[in-house]
Design a protein around this ligand. Structure first.
Ligand SMILES: Cc1cc2nc3c(=O)[nH]c(=O)nc-3n(C[C@H](O)[C@H](O)[C@H](O)COP(=O)(O)OP(=O)(O)OC[C@H]3O[C@@H](n4cnc5c(N)ncnc54)[C@H](O)[C@@H]3O)c2cc1C
Length: 480
């Protein structure tokens, strides 16, 4: 039943944006308020936003995300509710550990580096990654007092304060900053790494906190397959397909770019361009699940201040390159999840995942699939590099780092422009202002990766909460 269906007796609800946030919101609305007529408006010609999977010659290519954190229940819960529980796969035990780059060469990250703090002494003492002084400084973290000040601080300030400059450059920036492809001098601890602040607050030291957690975990070892990250067997495209398949026919409308959302006669007037012409429709309720800068543009007339706050959330861009090789053309053992490259190495790639090692079945027998990441805060210009330039950079890097003896059999390049919101210092204060202003707009909610977590589980949870808030507000149906 769509919003224009004459049989519709409940509120007309528009969900704007067809990424995982918007699709989850639409599905949650359909489940929890079956009488509502939900319409999902997506500007592009495909759904899923940055979730995009392609299948080619027996390879499963993830063009965007490839994993979700299991620790949060929301992604697993959603998959189960859609009948995908059996499709969740753990990371392969062969993908334990990570390589880093040190003076141009691959080196294993020291074992036992949980939550960025060393849990085991020997691997830290033996690693050539840090100088003797750098190791002493990192180890001294155990004895440093907690921070007394309340305000936010950057990841770099936090890391230098607790572990010293070398650990920041060699361990913390590539491990933590890499998640956001961000600048550690700007990323804010409170929004981007609250678990590290909590560890400092509760235990006084991250080293102590990780050791206590390790001791607890040793008493109840994880079941086989209970890995930190998981994926779907055939990629996140499965999740997108399942969400779409569970929505009533007529709910989804692609190729509909929303340009403005304005309050008009006690309803929301959603206007934009689709199928080569302008459209304008009235809805009782709206969930805006488009990226923040687009949400800001849409809401400029409804609340100019909210629009400015939304447009002020910074983003970075990145390029993901799936590269397929014959296994015997890559001499490296590929005995890890991948390689992370510290900014100080000044290399064009930020990371490379050994995709078909991490998740079985991503490449056919005798082949291997590698996924390189470029761009981000360290190399923003690479988003505009040509396909030829990007392919050449990746091929050269994988030859240098992994000893690849030939060019990839094929590459698939995906550009994600402004797709990664950056939670800079003070982000939570901005989000509190956004939420306060959005709360003053009746029957309208925001969801998406720009607010309280960029990960897929966070986006799913954010969308579910937006639906819950919307359903708690009694709508006034507009006369048809
Ligand atoms: C390369 C990359 C790798 C990542 N890896 C991981 C990972 O491994 N694990 C993890 O948990 N997270 C990962 N993330 C983060 C996570 O995937 C995203 O934060 C999340 O998928 C965002 O979903 P979303 O629906 O909020 O936004 P989006 O996916 O950006 O979707 C927003 C949608 O809104 C649409 N839209 C925009 N403007 C309009 C308009 N005017 N009208 C209508 N529609 C509009 C867009 O076309 C898009 O489809 C990664 C992100 C990227 C970019």
């Amino acid at each position: 039943m769509s919003a224009n269906d004459p049989r519709c007796s409940g509120p007309r609800v528009a969900v704007i944006g067809g990424g995982v946030s918007g699709l989850t919101a639409a599905w949650e609305l359909t489940r929890r308020a079956p009488q509502a007529a939900v319409t999902l408006l997506e500007s592009g010609d495909r759904l899923g936003g940055v979730l995009q999977t392609e299948h080619r010659d027996g390879f499963t290519l993830e063009l965007g995300p490839d994993s979700f954190l299991r620790r949060l229940p929301y992604a697993i819960g959603l998959c189960q509710s859609l009948g995908l529980g059996e499709e969740i796969i753990p990371t392969d035990p062969a993908a334990a550990g990570t390589y880093t780059v040190y003076r141009g060469r691959l080196l294993k990250m020291p074992e036992g580096l949980a939550a960025m703090a060393p849990r085991r002494i020997w691997p830290m003492i033996r690693t050539p990654l840090l100088s003797p002084a750098g190791k002493v400084r990192m180890g001294a973290e155990r004895f440093l007092p907690r921070r007394r000040a309340d305000g936010d601080e950057s990841l770099a300030q936090f890391a230098r304060r607790r572990f010293g400059r070398e650990a920041l450059e060699r361990i913390i920036q590539p491990l933590a900053g890499g998640i956001y492809m961000g600048d550690p001098e700007l990323l804010g601890m409170q929004a981007a790494f609250p678990q590290l602040l909590a560890a400092e607050r509760e235990c006084g030291s991250l080293i102590r906190s990780t050791r206590q957690a390790a001791a607890r975990a040793a008493k109840t070892p994880p079941a086989p397959g209970d890995t930190l990250f998981a994926a779907l067997r055939r990629g996140f495209g499965q999740l997108v397909e399942a969400l779409c398949a569970h929505l009533p026919a007529g709910t989804i409308r692609t190729g509909q770019r929303v340009e403005s959302i304005t309050r008009c006669d006690g309803a929301w007037r959603v206007a934009g361009r689709g199928d080569g012409q302008q459209f304008a429709e009235s809805f009782d309720q709206v969930i805006v699940a488009a990226p923040a800068r687009h949400a800001g543009a849409m809401l400029a007339d409804a609340d100019a201040e909210l629009a400015d706050l939304l447009r002020g959330i910074p983003t970075t861009s990145c390029v993901v390159v799936n590269a397929a090789y014959a296994r015997d053309e890559v001499p490296h053992p590929l005995d890890a999840a991948g390689v992370i490259v510290p900014h100080v190495e000044g290399r064009p790639i930020a990371a490379c995942t050994f995709s078909s090692v991490k998740y079985r079945g991503r490449a056919p027998a005798g082949m291997v699939l590698l996924r390189a990441f470029l761009g981000g805060a360290a190399r923003p210009e690479l988003i505009d590099a040509s396909d030829e330039e990007i392919s050449r950079l990746v091929s050269d890097e994988l030859r240098h780092l992994l000893g690849a003896t030939a060019a990839p059999r094929f590459t698939r390049i995906a550009r994600w422009r402004d797709a990664m919101p950056q939670y800079y210092v003070g982000h939570l204060e901005r989000v509190a202002q956004v939420e306060a202003r959005a709360a003053a707009l009746p029957q309208l909610e925001l969801a998406g990766n720009a607010y309280r977590g960029v990960g897929i589980p966070h986006c799913i949870h954010g969308a579910q909460q937006a639906v819950q808030r919307l359903l708690a507000e009694a709508p006034t149906p507009i006369p048809s």
